[in-house]
Write a protein that binds this ligand. Sequence first.
Ligand SMILES: C[S@@+](CC[C@H](N)C(=O)[O-])C[C@H]1O[C@@H](n2cnc3c(N)ncnc32)[C@H](O)[C@@H]1O
Length: 208
Amino acid sequence: MRLRNLKNNSEIINNCPFLVKSPDAFIGKWKDNFVNSKNPIHLEIGMGKGKFIYEMALNNPDINFIGLEKFDNVIARAIKKMPQMLPNLLLLNTDAVNLSSIFDHEIDVIYLNFSDPWPKKRHENRRLTSRPFLEIYDHLFKDKNIIIQKTDNIGLFAYSLKSLSLYGYQFEEVSLDLASSDIPNIMTEYEEKFTSEGVKINYLYAIK
Ligand SMILES: C[S@@+](CC[C@H](N)C(=O)[O-])C[C@H]1O[C@@H](n2cnc3c(N)ncnc32)[C@H](O)[C@@H]1O
């Protein structure tokens, strides 16, 4: 995602009360960061401008949400777009490769929405469903591992099905046309754009 640099990115990020500044400090204690510490925690990796995670938090007050985005300029825009702080939403500004030093068996669900496809073979390990990332996710999940992915990219989707399956995941739901299914859905920014262009969205719900 390419965005013009907002001049005051660091100011927006530093002043945001719901962006956690030193996430490593909370390893093993994330539930205590939320008003209702008994609720499950869902994590979106690569939230972009944050529409999905914000609306999910607004519509699901019994779930705690964390949105992760690696680029300062993208997360600064997300913060600017969020109308208010929600008691069940926190943000992290870091790369997903750092996740095993941030969470220790505390996450219930991971969302991967329109992740970068990295089509070249030499970049395979950057795909968020490659084996190195699946190994990282094993450190994050509390009980069962649940990964929900949406993508327009059929190459990435086929890769994810194979990679997840080889790693021991099973599929509870798979759709090659999410809009025509009865799966409940909140659209992301990318999804709105692709859907308006008539592109079909692929969906999987994987569990291990
Ligand atoms: C194609 S955009 C999709 C954004 C949003 N999920 C949507 O559907 O509208 C992918 C986003 O994932 C972020 N991203 C990619 N790799 C990441 C990583 N390793 N850690 C954190 N964020 C990442 C990118 O910076 C970008 O904002």
